[in-house]
Design a protein around this ligand. Structure first.
Ligand code: CTP
Length: 411
């Protein structure tokens, strides 16, 4: 029987478990960082929390150990034989300081070494992300601003602070950034940078074909897979353009987004953008048919049961692939027939002329939204080259690994 839980973090986008040191410093926002730690573990990170003494007044060691799935140390005199006061920093792939208090920003900027967290920071060459949280007056204080400017000039990544309700009755700048934004910032510094200078065009979501002004023919695609690909490409340094058709997930930041509604609008946008891209990933569910003459007014029940005449939409992917030159073109295939799955993928890969085809089985309760997914990748000849299971972020990373290899061999 398969256990429904596991102590091993899921494999991350690179197939490894990057080691993230989370420096928890003494502010009330420390309780929110528990969910940041949990998300990092879920995204495949091996998280080691180093709390300051005052942070432990806000969140208990047991909570941090349970959520990070690792022992929590906070003293330079713990594990002396392992030279832990520098080993944790030396072995880190990234360090997150969250919440970063005014005091901790000052100590890091000054290069102090009077806690396990500070010796770890000093002993590390890994990228550092700081997520400050404090009252507005403290944040705006010249000394704090000077410390932040020093850290940023040394390459430290700043996430937040946001503006909003603070701990007392006050509100203003100084609130900890949203946990998801902090997680994204950490994953961004961990990502390999193999797409720097590469232009990536991605379609995501599902098109809608109007029947009348209020009704349409659509599909259940949420855009989660396309958005995961766009975010992964962005984090790996790509210059991303996302053609978004009715996304049901938040619109990603750090890229150009072109909103489209119908298959015809998506086609126009793709053909316009395709000329200036290096990689095209067609993950949108594009309607194969549209209504021949959508009604300009709402269809009335009193007019009787309507008959819809459908006409075929052009296959945008096949059209783009036909003029692909040395671009890398990736298609998707959503299938419901598991018996014929692989044969159908092979057929589509060849028929559409793509470099890679990502196949997944979909159904009523399978494949849609931010849920784990299983995919099979086939090459231009329809031969299986990889299979991946996991979160959409994980799967997106593996697809990009393949694209990265393909673009290198095309050069
Ligand atoms: N696609 C496209 N234009 C269309 C239909 C699909 O560009 N009019 C693209 C999708 O973005 C996806 C791929 O084609 O990358 C596969 O779509 P899918 O619906 O699985 O394949 P079809 O060719 O429509 O085949 P079938 O409906 O017979 O399964």
């Amino acid at each position: 029987m398969r256990a429904s839980w596991s102590l091993t973090p899921p494999t991350n986008v690179t197939g490894l478990h990057p080691r993230v040191v989370v420096g928890l410093t003494g502010g009330i926002a420390a309780y929110k960082v528990v969910s940041v730690i949990r998300s990092l573990v879920e995204r495949g990170c091996d998280v080691h929390v180093i709390p300051t003494e005052s942070a432990l007044n806000f969140v208990g060691r047991a909570t941090l150990e349970a959520v990070s799935r690792n022992p929590v140390h906070d003293s330079v005199f713990d594990g002396v034989s392992e030279v832990r006061h520098v080993a944790m920093g030396q072995s880190a792939d990234a360090i997150l300081i969250a919440p970063a208090t005014a005091n901790s920003l000052s100590a890091i900027a000054e290069g102090r070494a009077d806690s396990l967290l500070l010796t770890s920071v000093l002993a590390s060459t890994a990228p550092i992300v700081v997520a400050p949280a404090m009252h507005t007056e403290m944040w705006e204080q010249e000394s704090t601003q000077a410390n932040v400017a020093t850290l940023v000039s040394r390459g430290v990544h700043l996430v937040g602070p946001a503006s909003g309700r603070l701990t007392g009755n006050d509100s203003g700048v100084g609130r900890l950034a949203e946990p998801d934004d902090i997680v994204e910032a950490v994953l961004a510094v961990l990502a390999p940078k193999d797409f720097v200078g590469v232009r990536v065009l991605i379609t995501a979501g599902g098109t809608r074909e109007p029947i009348d002004p209020v009704r349409f023919i659509g599909n259940r695609s949420t855009g989660a897979m396309g958005v995961a690909l766009a975010e992964a490409a962005r984090d790996r340094g790509a210059d991303v353009t996302l053609i978004a058709a009715h996304l049901e997930v938040p619109t990603p930041r750090g890229m150009r987004v072109i909103d489209v509604g119908t298959a015809a609008e998506l086609r126009d946008a793709v053909l316009r953008e395709f000329v200036s891209t290096d990689v095209f990933i067609s993950s949108a569910a594009v309607s194969d048919y549209r209504v021949a003459s959508p009604s300009p007014v709402k269809l009335k029940k009193s007019s009787g049961v309507p008959t819809l005449e459908l006409v075929e939409n052009p296959d945008v992917l096949a059209e783009a692939a036909a003029g692909k030159g040395d671009r890398v073109v990736v298609g998707f295939a959503a299938e419901t027939d598991s018996g014929n799955f692989e044969a159908e993928l092979a057929r589509k890969a060849v028929a559409k002329g793509v470099d890679l085809l990502v196949g997944n089985l979909v159904g009523e309760s399978q494949g849609f939204g931010n849920v784990p997914t299983d995919i099979v990748l086939v090459n231009s000849e329809g031969v299986r080259v990889d299979e991946v299971s996991g979160s959409k972020a994980h799967v997106a990373g593996r697809i990009l690994d393949r694209v990265s290899r393909q673009k290198d061999s095309a050069r």
